[in-house]
Design a protein around this ligand. Structure first.
Ligand code: FAD
Length: 286
């Protein structure tokens, strides 16, 4: 089913994310995790794409495993290291597999690559290519705290407008830990004349060291309330996991209560974390 249809429904949508392994040896474990997450019957599961495309085979194999389970996959595709030929071949494969949804991304420039040697500069270039190919529902990424390369929040929203003009039908946000940041972003989007469904990306934090590193790179801010939790429970993995799941659940309930009807959980190949969140929302999702 097309994600544009899923997220337009009245019922709240809850989706999860898996990422492919770096090597074939780990594929079985990741596939088992993806299958266990699919057993939770989320609205859909996104499958990320390795930077540079080196592990694209595993992204497609995971999507195939999800399709076999009857779960809708959202396949991430990045264009930074791609050519029109490689993209055309990938789109043909995805169509053949029966994939209907693609998250069109730019990706990050691999070290040593010159920007002027690229076939595609921005995610909107890939979006246009996918639209021309036809048949896919296309999503894109957005950044409530502004993409680190953007000169300003306003410039970032102008770039999103181009993405939408080229065919993007919904946006999934970078993770955020303060819902007011998302509400403010959506307000700024509407004010700039951009009206497109936004899927809120929520990260249940179970590994504080990893999250501090990711947030520093992505420009995601950590509110004091969250830092205190990490300071208090960061050395106790079981307690940190419980607190991280509770924090994410509270964020999700507040989002649903404030009219955000689609939430995407960065479940990081962890079926136990995905299940705990789903269980916490069992009545709310009905
Ligand atoms: P773009 O939309 O192209 O934006 C990049 C920068 O260029 C921004 O500053 C933007 O404002 C600017 N810009 C865009 N279009 C224009 C234009 N036409 N003119 C001028 N400026 C412009 N990375 C992966 O490698 N694999 C993944 O699977 C993956 N999944 C992700 C999922 C989500 C939900 C998010 C939020 C990010 C994901 N990323 C992934 C990371 C992403 O690839 C990086 O954040 C990357 O730096 C930007 O990708 P983008 O698609 O947002 O790029």
């Amino acid at each position: 089913m097309k994600i544009s249809e899923i997220i337009r429904r009245e019922k709240p949508s809850l989706s999860f994310e898996v990422f492919p392994p770096k090597t074939g040896a780990a594929f079985q474990d990741v596939s088992a995790a993806a299958t266990a997450i699919a057993d939770l019957q989320p609205s859909y599961i996104s499958v990320t794409y390795g930077a540079g495309g080196g592990t694209s085979r595993y992204t497609f194999d995971l999507a195939e495993a999800l399709l076999k389970k009857g779960t809708t996959p959202l396949v991430h595709l990045s264009c930074i290291a791609a050519t029109p030929q490689t993209i055309a071949a990938q789109l043909a494969t995805l169509r053949e597999m029966g994939v209907e949804n693609i998250l069109a991304l730019r990706g990050d420039l691999p070290e040593g690559t010159k920007a002027d040697a690229l076939s595609y500069r921005y995610a909107s270039d890939l979006t246009e290519e996918i639209r021309k190919f036809g048949g896919f529902c296309i999503g894109g990424a957005c950044y409530p705290e502004t993409h680190p390369e953007s000169a300003s929040g306003a410039a970032d929203i102008e770039s999103l407008k181009i993405k939408v003009e080229k065919g993007c039908e919904f946006l999934t946000t970078q993770m955020f830990f303060d819902n007011n940041i998302l509400y403010n972003f959506i307000y700024r989007m509407y004010k700039a004349g951009l009206d497109i469904p936004v899927v809120a990306g929520i990260m249940p934090v179970t590994n504080p060291v990893q999250i501090k590193r990711i947030c520093a790179i992505s420009g995601t801010s950590l509110p004091q309330r969250f830092i205190r939790i990490v300071d208090r429970y960061g050395d106790n993995p079981a307690a940190m996991k419980q607190a991280g799941i509770a924090y994410a659940t509270e964020q999700i309930i507040d989002l649903f209560a404030n009219g955000i009807n689609a939430v995407h959980v960065y479940s990081m190949n962890k079926p136990d974390v995905a299940k705990a969140i789903k269980d916490n929302l069992s009545e709310i999702l009905k």
